[in-house]
Design a protein around this ligand. Structure first.
Ligand code: ACM
Length: 269
């Protein structure tokens, strides 16, 4: 199957402009599954809750989701993208997973980064795995990468691909996601934004570096730090079914979960 990322430069608090730019990219790409950055409708570095309210959108009626659904149906292309979601007076940093029939499933970011908790409530559901374009596709958003439990849970739920809409502000994730892919024997697709943004979190730089990684740690596509870019990669999904590390030992059969129970112990956090 063909998977793609779209790396682009959103404009803060300008959802109309972001929507039309994304529509151009989505119209141009030919793939079975395409991933866009975190908060792709909104930008990242807000200064007030008013800004967040004015750009965040309803997961069912919002204009960005409507455009993504239309394109998914028209092009028979599954779409995953991050967006600022509003439900009443609560906003979430969310991702939409949209299948080729236009069905939408929403994931709300669990691990909020920096100032994000001023604007967004954290989700309260585990990351999902959906069937998209015939593949088992999981998702988490940006800083969620730093919690290996997230990738492991998705892989245990049989994800073959982990989509990772991002607004990365450090240079750790490209390397970390290679490891997440290897230790779980899955493909990963990180779609990051680029550019600089001034706001409550200061002057933020987003170093692109969107990528596709394989269960063997290869990186068949990696974008630069500063340009808008789309890449399409042909992947062999069956590679994610062999859970042996480099052909030797089955990673999942080797787990000792009864030794990991402290991970779920809230008293040590
Ligand atoms: C991040 O989670 N957007 C850094």
């Amino acid at each position: 199957m063909r998977v793609a990322y779209i790396q682009f430069h959103p404009t803060l608090n300008n959802p109309e402009r972001n929507r039309s730019r994304l529509e151009q990219f989505l119209t141009a790409v030919t793939a079975d599954l395409v991933v866009m950055p975190e908060l792709a409708n909104a930008g990242y570095n807000f200064s007030s809750m008013q800004e967040v309210f004015s750009t965040a959108e309803d997961a069912e009626k919002g204009a960005t989701i409507a455009m993504w659904r239309d394109i998914a149906r028209q092009k028979r292309m599954a779409v995953v993208g991050g967006f600022a979601e509003r439900q009443g007076d609560t906003c979430y940093n969310s991702a939409a997973l949209i299948d080729r029939e236009g069905n939408v499933h929403i994931y709300r970011k669990l691990h909020l980064f920096g100032e994000e908790s001023r604007w967004f409530s954290a989700g309260d559901e585990p990351p999902p795995v959906m069937t998209l374009a015939g593949a088992q596709v999981g998702v988490f958003i940006c800083f969620d990468w730093a919690f290996p439990e997230m990738a492991r849970i998705l892989a245990l739920k049989n994800a073959e691909i982990i989509c990772h809409p991002s607004n990365v502000v450090t240079r750790f994730p490209p390397q970390a996601m290679v490891v997440r892919g290897v230790e779980n024997r899955v493909f990963t697709i990180t779609a990051n934004r680029i550019g600089r943004e001034e706001g409550a979190a200061g002057n933020l730089y987003f170093p692109g570096t969107s990528q596709v990684t394989t269960p063997d740690g290869e990186v068949p596509a990696r974008a630069g730090e500063t340009g808008e870019e789309t890449a399409v990669v042909e992947i062999q999904l069956s590679r994610a079914h062999d859970k042996r590390l480099a052909g030797y030992t089955d990673l999942f059969a080797s787990r000792v979960p009864e030794m990991y129970t402290d991970l779920a112990d809230h008293t040590n956090s």
